[in-house]
Design a protein around this ligand. Structure first.
Ligand code: PNW
Length: 461
């Protein structure tokens, strides 16, 4: 039996655009994901989040399902354009009312809300009128929106995540055009990232100056990172793996913990990497009360034998891979998920230990981990998802080991509470602990939901 420390937080997670649906209901304005998913060819089978899991209308049932799992917390995100349909100015009271109901329902069910302010769904108006993440002034829009959320929800919400995975908005959104807003550039990812980091800092500044003393909550950022295992003991391969981690996670976590980007990025990205003003650097440094981590997979890193223009080069635009020069590979022995992501639980332990060391023992929450497994379009296969249970045993086991080794890991949130809109892959990948029938909206617990419930109950497995 692997028992977790007393008070360890077990939860599950979702994001607004992936589950809510009701895209044009209740006064919601469009986001860049509405626009992007409606462009033919951008998502699998042309899927969009128009209806998704219809959580906007089925939230009570969803709380009930979480109650049955016994989870301590639920991480969800707020759709900015439901609160401010134009991304600025006027507040949509219907949107506020929706999140009030959801938050009240969670609190009544004894489930602690963990709220992400931004999970990629930038109001479309801000993209069209103000160039989205590319213009420095966007950081002030973020802060204004966040202030509304703190004012309206902060009496009951005590755990805030400013941004989800800015790496994805920056690199997949502006580097290889895989995600909204669909731009391909060698320099824009660094600009988008820079403005997102500034936005994070300004949001936290608003919270700390105007709300934290009264509301007594915590606020932080969630970053995603895979583990990079050196291919050999050679200095070149070890340096390549370290460089890969600094380009992936250090890009976003170093400014938050140290006030600046990793030196290796400065050297290699040169003028395309913006500089923080002294004021911004000061606001950034120490701007997260906890380390939010989303982790899914591992790859082997080596010093390239020839110039790399890997996945960052999907649209022939140069970019990240070209800057970091790391050769990435899998191991044929490793099993993979339906995303083609390698299943390597020890990579999770090593990453947690790397974070613990580099950022001086921060409190860490895994705010996402989970898997899509093949064949789950078939309801019977999905309901008997033994492979997901094996995956969770592996990764949660690795978390347990990290804690034994001294890492201050305080919680684990499984992605996802239910099958949902998997971005560019539409509904063709299923990450849920609950199966969703997209024709009828019906939900049903998979075997993994029952296994997870038992794990939560026993505080281990
Ligand atoms: C994360 N990649 O996204 C997100 O936070 C979730 O919204 C998402 O559903 C989940 O992981 C599963 O994918 C990512 O291609 C999506 O590198 C794609 C990538 C990384 C993260």
């Amino acid at each position: 039996m692997k028992t977790f420390p007393d008070g360890f937080l077990w939860g599950t997670a979702t994001a607004a655009y992936q589950i809510e649906g009701a895209a044009a209901t209740g006064g919601r304005g469009p986001s860049i994901w509405d626009a992007f998913s409606h462009i033919p060819g951008k998502t699998a089978e042309g899927h969009t989040g128009d209806v998704a899991c219809d959580h906007y209308h089925r939230w009570e049932e969803d709380i009930e399902l979480m109650k049955q799992m016994g989870v301590g917390c639920y991480r969800f995100s707020i759709s900015w354009s439901r609160i401010q349909p134009q991304g600025k100015g006027e507040i949509n009271e219907e949107g506020i009312a929706f999140y009030n109901k959801l938050i009240d329902g969670l609190v009544a069910a004894g489930i602690t809300p963990w709220v992400t302010l931004f999970h990629w769904d930038l109001p479309l108006a801000l993209q069209l009128e103000e160039d989205g993440l590319l213009k420095p002034s966007i950081a002030y829009r973020f802060a204004d929106y966040a202030r509304i959320c703190f004012e309206r929800f902060g009496d009951r919400v005590k755990n805030w995540i400013t941004l989800n995975e800015p790496w994805c908005s920056s690199f997949l959104g502006h580097g290889n055009a895989y995600f909204a807003p669909g731009r391909a550039s060698a320099s824009e990812p660094y600009l988008a990232a820079h403005n997102l980091l500034r936005a994070h800092a300004y949001i936290v500044d608003v919270y700390r100056k105007e709300f934290q003393a009264d509301q007594k909550g915590q606020i932080g950022i969630t970053n995603n990172c895979d583990w990079r295992e050196p291919a050999s003991d050679s200095e070149g391969d070890k340096a390549a793996a370290q460089r890969a981690l600094e380009f992936f996670l250090g890009w976003f976590a170093d400014p938050v913990y140290f006030g600046d980007y990793p030196a290796v990025m400065r050297e290699r990205v040169g003028e395309r990497l913006p500089q923080f003003t002294p004021e911004d650097a000061k606001l950034l440094k120490g701007s997260s009360d906890f380390f939010g981590l989303n982790h899914y997979t591992t790859m082997i890193a080596s010093e390239p034998k020839q110039q790399v223009s890997g996945p960052g080069d999907i649209k022939g635009n140069g970019g990240m891979m070209e800057d970091q020069q790391v050769e990435l590979a899998g191991d044929p022995e490793w099993e993979q998920t339906d995303m083609g992501w390698n299943i390597v639980p020890w990579g999770c332990r090593k990453l947690l230990e790397w974070i613990d060391k580099r950022y001086d023992h921060p409190p860490i929450y895994i705010t996402e981990n989970g898997c899509a497994m093949p064949g789950e379009d078939d309801r019977q296969v999905a309901l008997n998802d033994t492979r997901r249970v094996e995956f969770l045993k592996g990764y949660i086991g690795a978390c347990h080991e990290a804690i034994q080794n001294g890492v201050d890991l305080r919680g684990y949130m499984c992605w996802s509470m239910m099958d949902n809109f998997e971005w560019a892959l539409g509904y063709t990948r299923r990450f849920g602990l609950h199966w969703v029938d997209y024709e009828t909206g019906e939900r049903q617990p998979k075997a993994s939901a029952k296994w997870y419930a038992a794990t939560v109950k026993q505080n281990g497995f």
